[in-house]
Structures are given as C-alpha cells and as structure tokens.
Design a binder for this molecule. Structure first.
Ligand code: NAG
Ligand code: NAG
Ligand code: NAG
Length: 217
C-alpha cells in the first residue's frame, strides 16, 4: 500500500501539467486498490453513467473510498479546508479534486458555479457529501443545497450511493440507487428537491442511522 501510494504520487507529479488526467489516474488507482477487497456492489448498472453521486459522510477517509467506487472521470467536491487534513488533504489537491469556498455566500455561490463549469467542460461526474459535514451521531444529517444547485447547473442526474462501510463483520456493501432525473427541474423549487432526495436516502438506511430526534442534529 505504501509503495503503490508512493508510485501513484510520483505519477501524479509527472502529470502536473494535465489536471484532468490526474483526476482519472486517481480514480484508476482507487479502482485497483479496492479490487482485492470484499466489497459487494449493488446497482452497479447505475454507476456507469455521468451523474452527481451523493453519499453520506462519516469520516474524512470516506471521500477516498467513495471516489474509488464511482466511475473513472469522477471528481470530488469538498470544502477548501480539506487541504489541511494530513496527507489525505494533500493527495486530494494533488489529484485535482474540486474545493469550494464556504467562507461567505458570495464565495460559495461562485465556487459552485466554477465547479459546475469544470464538470461540463471536462465531461466529468461529481461525488458530493450533501450533509456537508460529518455526522457525529451516525444518523443522517439534513442535506445542504449545493448538490441541487450543481444538478440545476449541469443537468446531470443524481445517483444516491448508500455505503455500509462500518457494518462488520459483514462484507462492505455499496448500493447505487437508480438515477433521479434533474433536467426538467425548476430552480424555484430547490428546497423541495433537497427534502425529496433526503427522504429517499433516509429510506435506504437502517433505522439506527435514519435522522433521529432533534438533539441528534
Ligand atoms: C453511510 O451510512 C451507512 C449506513 O447507514 C453507514 O454504515 C456508513 O458508514 C455511512 N457511510 C458513509 C460513507 O458515511
Ligand atoms: C467573500 O470571500 C471571498 C474569498 O475569501 C473574498 O474575496 C470576499 O471579499 C468575501 N466577500 C464578503 C462580502 O465578505
Ligand atoms: C463523456 O463521458 C461519457 C461517460 O463517462 C462518455 O460515454 C462520453 O463518450 C464522453 N464524451 C466525450 C465528448 O468525451
């Protein structure tokens, strides 16, 4: 693992002038890394289309595990402070994944627009954690609106991905749900879409991880 990561970092440095080649190399590396692991993937037929993949979030490492299960040409999107997360933050930046600036609303809107432009221009898919932060209680948090803005701006369908990375000793399972078409979505109904996707996602979680009482939020 150390050796392959080192080799991979070297390849990334050689690809510095080609940012989107780095995204694809990173995905490829991940696909090879998970090959040897007992992961059960359900709904993989939904994992081959260009989409906005959404996933729940429990640890900073998730972003890598998740990125490795999505198609080649999938870019991650995270808050810009990820760069300070030791090692993984730097690899994230090296792999040219997108960062958004949430310091104020103008910066947030502009960085979401930039991300949408990069996705369209480079024919990419996106992976985003719509909760925006890690759930301390292990229950699904409310969703932020960013993923709906990205759907409206790119016209890409939304594919929910439900992971059970922590359910041991059962093998790891990932389930891709069928794509939610967004091309006819109405920009004035953003809050409804956020709620609708959140409710759908919750229904696919075990009851212990569904949104709980107010004190969990
Ligand atoms: C998402 O939720 C599942 C099942 O509720 C949980 O086991 C898993 O750790 C979470 N995965 C991520 C990536 O947050
Ligand atoms: C918002 O943040 C950006 C980037 O950090 C900064 O350039 C801008 O001045 C800020 N705007 C406001 C209104 O604070
Ligand atoms: C864009 O990506 C999709 C799937 O990832 C692929 O089928 C298609 O050929 C690509 N289009 C271009 C113009 O590269």
């Amino acid at each position: 693992m150390m050796a392959t990561t080192f080799l991979w970092a070297l390849i990334m440095f050689m690809l510095l002038p080609w940012p989107y080649a780095r995204v694809r190399q990173g995905n490829l590396y991940g696909h090879m890394t998970i090959l040897g692991n007992p992961i059960t993937i359900k709904g993989s037929e939904f994992a081959s289309t260009r989409a906005i993949y959404i996933c729940n979030h429990t640890s900073p490492l998730d972003i890598f595990l998740i990125m490795w299960q999505t198609p080649i040409g999938t870019v991650g999107i995270a808050k810009k402070e990820i760069i300070w997360y030791p090692l993984f933050g730097q690899l994230y930046v090296l792999a040219n994944h997108l960062r958004i600036d949430r310091s104020n609303s103008t910066a947030a809107v502009e960085s979401v627009r930039e991300a949408a432009r990069a996705v369209i221009k480079n024919n990419l898919s996106l992976i985003i954690f719509p909760e925006g932060t890690r759930s301390q209680s292990g229950r699904l948090l409310p969703f932020k609106k960013g993923f709906v803005h990205l759907a409206l701006q790119t016209g890409l369908p939304i594919v929910p991905m439900v992971n059970s990375l922590r359910v041991r000793p059962a093998p790891l399972t990932v389930e891709f749900l069928s794509p939610i078409k967004t091309d006819g979505w109405d920009p004035t109904r953003i809050n409804e879409y956020v709620e609708m996707v959140h409710a759908l996602y919750s229904r696919h979680l075990p009851s212990s991880q569904r949104p709980g009482s107010a004190e969990d939020r």
